[in-house]
Design a protein around this ligand. Sequence first.
Ligand SMILES: Nc1nc2c(c(=O)[nH]1)N[C@@H](CN(C=O)c1ccc(C(=O)N[C@@H](CCC(=O)O)C(=O)O)cc1)CN2
Length: 284
Amino acid sequence: MERVYRLVMSSPDRVGIVARVASFLAQYNGSILEANHHADLEQGWFFMRNEIKASSLPFSAGKLAEMFAPIAADLDMTFEVTDTDVKKRVVLMCSRDSHCLADILNRWHSGDLPCDIPCVISNHEDLRSLVEWHGIPFFHVPVDPSNKAPHFAEVERLVAEHKADALVLARYMQILPEALCSLLPNKIINIHHSFLPSFIGARPYHQAQERGVKLIGATCHYVTSDLDAGPIIDQDVVRISHRDTVEDMVRLGKDCEKTVLARGLRWHLEDRILVHGNKTVVFS
Ligand SMILES: Nc1nc2c(c(=O)[nH]1)N[C@@H](CN(C=O)c1ccc(C(=O)N[C@@H](CCC(=O)O)C(=O)O)cc1)CN2
């Protein structure tokens, strides 16, 4: 695959941003392979994402960031430069349900997810064999419901030890403390098994059954200390009827959860998600 640098930007909206960035890249013969931008007129904010052919530039991704910094400063712009040759290190977290974890591991194993998975952390032993079949270290870190602090201290230690760039909660069923959430802002991805903002928290399918809804769904979102209220990355829904039990919903929901999580993770890995406040712009 062609090595690409990704330049992801956001700033107060003004005329001339696209021209300034394009002229800067053209000045150094930068070949733009993909360009996306969006002006949020309500917020007065501008979002932009460029993919640049790495071999067309006479310098590294780090030098590109250094050369672009003065233009960003002039535009009050925040920006990031990433390099497709540098894979993100994604630590997965799970509990007992295997479908989302198995799907992510399979997509990674087949090369469909361009990331490294340095380890998997779980509060249960159930999924060890699945993870170790893929040759990935599995860490069982039990939770004492009366004192969860040791669990999360060990999770933080493992996250640091494995130099995680992102966490994926693949049906991990514990609420992360603020300290852990703030370690990786907008880099902890959760798959919640409801169409948020409906049915936050535990047992959303039971809540759906109780409410008598005709659609269930899944939501991939960034994790914050506000439970299931972080920036939404992707969602989808499945039709159900009065004939469906909670068990039917669990079965019908699994494909939806897997698809939504995989799509959300891929977009994160490709730097396609820009967060502003509690909302996202996704250049899918
Ligand atoms: N800080 C955050 N942590 C988590 C979030 C989040 O948005 N912020 N998302 C979840 C969501 N989730 C599943 O999708 C989830 C929500 C609530 C609970 C829960 O109440 N768990 C209990 C323990 C349950 C058990 O031991 O079986 C609790 O933590 O007290 C679980 C999952 C994931 N975390």
